[in-house]
Design a protein around this ligand. Structure first.
Ligand code: AMP
Length: 139
């Protein structure tokens, strides 16, 4: 069973496609958080960011890089929030990697990444060192 985004890419269900190339596509979100809210997807289905092969990741970034100014200019936005919900626990509902480009306007009342969870945690230096070391050795 293919994802709803694959069905859009295949033309099986309608969407307002604003860009496509061999590897990627972009279309308006059906439930926009702001005018111009756009989703960018790889045409192939990958569930999470880390499933995307390097070459497709480059194509995906190139499309995001292209679409951010296109979206901002189209709706005269002051800025954009650009985000992936990467995994179910992070709120990803469609298991097909997609980047949200959400136009932002001065005084729109929206938050930033710091408001995703709503509270900051306290970690001491030892904990920070250990976490940094783990990430460094995994990278
Ligand atoms: P996420 O929570 O990151 O998985 O976001 C999924 C997004 O897909 C939501 O913002 C939905 O509004 C959007 N969406 C779901 N179905 C469609 C569709 N048929 N066409 C366009 N956007 C869709």
């Amino acid at each position: 069973m293919s994802t709803i985004f694959s069905q859009i890419v295949e033309g099986e269900i309608p969407a307002r496609i604003v860009y496509e190339d061999e590897a990627t596509a972009a279309f308006l979100d059906a439930n926009p958080l702001a005018p111009g809210h756009t989703l960018v997807v790889p045409k192939e289905e990958y569930e999470r960011l880390n499933d995307v092969p390097d070459d497709v990741a480059q194509d995906l970034y190139a499309t995001i890089h292209r679409l951010v100014p296109a979206v901002e200019d189209a709706v005269d936005a002051d800025a954009t929030s650009v985000a992936f919900n990467n995994g179910e626990a992070a709120g990803q509902e469609v298991p097909h990697v997609h980047c949200h480009i959400v136009p932002r306007f001065e005084g729109d009342g929206g938050g930033n990444t710091h408001t995703m969870i709503g509270k900051q945690i306290d970690l001491d230096d030892d904990e920070l060192d250990e976490i940094a070391g783990e990430i460094e050795s995994n990278a």
